[in-house]
Design a protein around this ligand. Structure first.
Ligand SMILES: Nc1ncnc2c1ncn2[C@@H]1O[C@H](COP(=O)(O)OP(=O)(O)OP(=O)(O)O)[C@@H](O)[C@H]1O
Ligand SMILES: [Mg+2]
Length: 236
């Protein structure tokens, strides 16, 4: 479904990605783990078209999207829940969800709204509250719900567990697992929380300094000594 081939991305003269190859197949959950500054968010943003890849190709559904604008890419129903949530703080929960639904069209709006409320009942109780006044966990739920309102064929999640209490992290990861199981939703997830991400995902990739150093089935990665030592120390 998604094929990343030899992608290089720069910020000015600084190279953030140095030839990344990665695949996401339909119906899969794929996790990308790596230390701070490894280039995980850069890869996710490059897939969405900003920043642009300077070299290499990104193929979605057999179509080369490398040169497309972020808007054109969103219209292919690749939806992103970016790092740091980036919800619309002054808009209500409902308005945020309406923004998310723009690319999906209005005809499914009510149905899609019910679907995200089922996943995150908390949002239904806070429909008219302004996004900026939600708790951190609620904002994360809203960011994911907004991405789901686009009826994504590929859902990109950047650090959905960041800064959240274990119980909320569990709720969010359960929701992602359930969407994948019941609807076959394809998910690409970037996580600091390597243990949770690998437990959730079917396959995983490890990124170091803008390059993929390891990949394989999650179960295999979890049991590898170099992964345990670098990313799972202290996890249980
Ligand atoms: N807008 C930018 N301008 C210049 N450099 C940037 C920019 N965004 C990211 N970088 C640099 O690119 C590198 C990769 O950053 P990126 O945000 O992709 O890492 P990450 O793996 O997501 O890290 P984290 O786990 O901390 O979120 C870092 O060295 C970072 O400082
Ligand atoms: Mg990041």
């Amino acid at each position: 479904m998604l094929a990343v081939r030899g992608v290089h991305t720069y910020y000015g003269n600084i190279r953030a990605l140095g030839g990344v190859d990665l695949d996401v197949h339909p119906g899969e959950i794929v996790a990308l783990i790596g230390a701070n500054g490894a280039g995980k968010s850069t890869l996710m943003m490059t897939i969405c078209g900003s920043p642009r890849a300077r070299q290499g190709q990104i193929i979605f559904d057999g179509r080369d999207i490398t040169g497309m604008t972020t808007h054109e890419i969103a219209r292919l129903r690749i939806a992103q829940s970016p790092e740091g949530r980036r919800i619309f703080a002054r808009m209500s929960v409902l308005e945020n969800l309406q923004m998310g639904s723009v690319v999906a069209g209005v005809q499914h709006f009510d149905e899609d709204l019910e679907r995200v409320f089922k996943l995150f009942p908390r949002l239904k109780e806070r429909l008219n509250q302004r996004g900026g006044t939600l708790s951190g966990g609620e904002q994360q739920m809203l960011a994911i719900a907004r991405a789901l309102m686009a009826r994504p064929r590929l859902l990109l999640l950047d650090e959905p567990s960041l800064g959240l209490a274990p119980l909320i992290v569990k709720q969010i990861f359960d929701a992602i697992r359930e969407l994948n199981r019941s609807e076959g939703l394809t998910v690409f997830i970037v996580e600091q929380n390597a243990y949770h991400a690998l437990k959730l995902a079917h396959r995983g990739y490890v990124m170091v300094n803008g390059q993929i150093t390891l990949s394989g089935p999650s179960k295999e990665l979890i049991s590898r000594e170099e992964v345990r030592a670098a990313y799972l120390e202290g996890a249980h």
